[in-house]
Design a binder for this molecule. Structure first.
Ligand code: H2B
Length: 101
């Protein structure tokens, strides 16, 4: 099972996740980001693509969608905090968002 990451490790991975200006932040025991798409169908296309990634990883986002906005929070419940799985899924989201803009 994935291990909870320490604060230094989280900050280092966050910096790399945000190297292209993605805007992820630590919020309590989660990492969070808001994505903005031009409309609902584009946002939903992003979510549909990520749903398949999440199933493959057996690691699932908490997210909230209104029209073109998708607010995401990632944590590893099984580990009680942030693990490398959250950063892996976040990276997949950054890449997918670039294909749905
Ligand atoms: N997703 C996330 N984000 N965190 C988990 O700890 C988690 C999950 N655990 N998806 C998985 C499913 C677990 O609940 C099942 C039973 O494998």
């Amino acid at each position: 099972m994935a291990e909870r990451l320490g604060n230094e490790e989280i900050e280092a991975r966050l910096a790399s996740l945000n190297s292209a200006g993605a805007g992820w932040e630590v919020r309590g025991d989660r990492i969070a980001r808001s994505f903005s798409f031009p409309d609902f169908v584009t946002a939903f296309g992003f979510m549909a693509e990520i749903a398949l990634v999440a199933e493959r990883m057996n690691h699932h986002p908490e997210w909230f969608n209104v029209y073109g906005t998708v607010k995401v929070e990632l944590s590893t419940h099984d580990a009680g905090g942030i693990t490398e799985l959250d950063f892996e899924l976040a990276e997949a989201m950054n890449k997918a968002a670039g294909r749905h803009d």
